[in-house]
Design a protein around this ligand. Sequence first.
Ligand SMILES: C[S@@+](CC[C@H](N)C(=O)[O-])C[C@H]1O[C@@H](n2cnc3c(N)ncnc32)[C@H](O)[C@@H]1O
Length: 334
Amino acid sequence: MSDLSLRLRDALDRSAAGASTVALTAAVERLSDRYRSVRPAGAPILAGPAEVLAYAVYRMPATYAAVRLALLQGVRAGLGPISSVADLGGGTGAAVWAAAEALPDVRAATVLEQVAAARDLGRAIAAEDLGETSWRDWRVGEPVPSADLVSAAYVLSELSEEQQTRLVADAMAAAGAAVLVVEPGTPDGHRRVLAARELLLAAGWRVLAPCPHALACPLADADWCHFAARVNRSALHRRVKSAELSHEDEKFSYVLAVRRSTRQDLGDGARDARSIVRGGRVVRHPLKRKGLVELQLCRPDGTAGREVVSKRHGAAYKAARDVAWGDTWPPAAD
Ligand SMILES: C[S@@+](CC[C@H](N)C(=O)[O-])C[C@H]1O[C@@H](n2cnc3c(N)ncnc32)[C@H](O)[C@@H]1O
């Protein structure tokens, strides 16, 4: 576990100290039920301090892990230095924790969130561990402050289609360099990510990750593009989810796009053009059997399909043994 995820775990433990496990577990169940039925929220789902604390305890580690992995995949695809972040519908701030971990140049973050109790808890959780972070009351349609990166994680599903379009448009207008949208790794989460991707491409942005091309998504009809981030569950996390396993895999879909003609677009994070993704993306857990590795790939030519790498491929086989779901293939040259 990374240093910051351990600190997040400790901060969540401190926040929940003294709270009734029974009440927290009941609130987690209520929230899970509500989130399972995907529909626009007429009123905030995080209705009060009990829901906010439950949400933080059971969802922050997962959101943190998903956003962190999406950003790391973006960095590997050439995302350049990001010094400021604005997170829309940021809840208790999981995405800005992830940005602080994945993007070493971040100096300032703003969490825009409509629920006061979420802002208050997020501020308290972040107090000792995050750098300069401000927390603002915000609803879709209200001004978004400028930042290098504007993100929205697990927000679109609570919005009407019109609000989703507005959020992406406002994110593009405010982002100096990059926009990140993360949604649950479900067929409809992927559909919302694809709609955001369409808006970004139509406005001339370049998709940096996960797609290795700007063509139609080859997974849109029969499948859905998603990834998995490992989450180590704390004792508290296990308790409130009535779970036994010490980990879970958070499935998520995402798109990370950069404004053209910026340092980001030139891959300034690693000026060497080789570090910009030229290959395909591994879109499922690789199947590793004796002497061969089977990869499901999304390819730069806009197709998706299977590739088998066997021992007779020599160095490529060795590389394939180490490849993971979400990595690029073939791996970028160092
Ligand atoms: C599932 S939570 C995600 C919170 C946070 N992004 C995370 O992943 O931990 C959805 C968030 O969207 C916010 N939200 C819902 N409708 C909104 C609206 N119309 N304007 C602004 N935020 C909204 C909620 O307040 C909530 O914080």
